[in-house]
Design a binder for this molecule. Sequence first.
Ligand SMILES: Cc1cc2nc3c(=O)[nH]c(=O)nc-3n(C[C@H](O)[C@H](O)[C@H](O)COP(=O)(O)OP(=O)(O)OC[C@H]3O[C@@H](n4cnc5c(N)ncnc54)[C@H](O)[C@@H]3O)c2cc1C
Length: 115
Amino acid sequence: MVDRDPLPSWGRGRVTLLGDGAHLMYPIGANGASQAILDAAVLAAELAAPGDTPAALRRYEAARRPATTAIVHANRDMDDAERAIAVGRDENKAGAIAGITRNYRAVVEQRHGIN
Ligand SMILES: Cc1cc2nc3c(=O)[nH]c(=O)nc-3n(C[C@H](O)[C@H](O)[C@H](O)COP(=O)(O)OP(=O)(O)OC[C@H]3O[C@@H](n4cnc5c(N)ncnc54)[C@H](O)[C@@H]3O)c2cc1C
């Protein structure tokens, strides 16, 4: 249960990061491992493409860093919102939680082009 601010970059030259090393996030969205797998898929595709390794790593980072940054923030927002409901007097807690989950899914699915 460790959360860190998104990094401004993941590496330079022939060095990069992947998974929790790149984008540690609260597991509240159940997304850390799945994002690490998506990192690996994009990284493999970019390394297999023609061109040099540093350029492939920069394309990988350009594809994955904005997406995972948005999910780190969405996890925090969901955590904050669920805690507020837990201590509040909201009569419709189930409805409020469903709304929070809907908003979270919208962020994740938008980042991955899922409709
Ligand atoms: C309580 C909890 C629940 C979670 N639930 C979910 C979930 O439902 N869905 C989901 O998608 N994600 C979930 N996650 C997040 C998920 O576990 C992580 O995002 C994921 O494991 C990250 O994978 P990784 O390969 O980047 O890092 P890790 O899985 O941490 O792998 C890193 C590996 O490197 C090894 N290592 C470290 N230092 C060295 C060294 N010097 N030399 C050699 N090896 C080293 C470690 O032993 C480890 O095996 C959860 C996390 C927690 C804590």
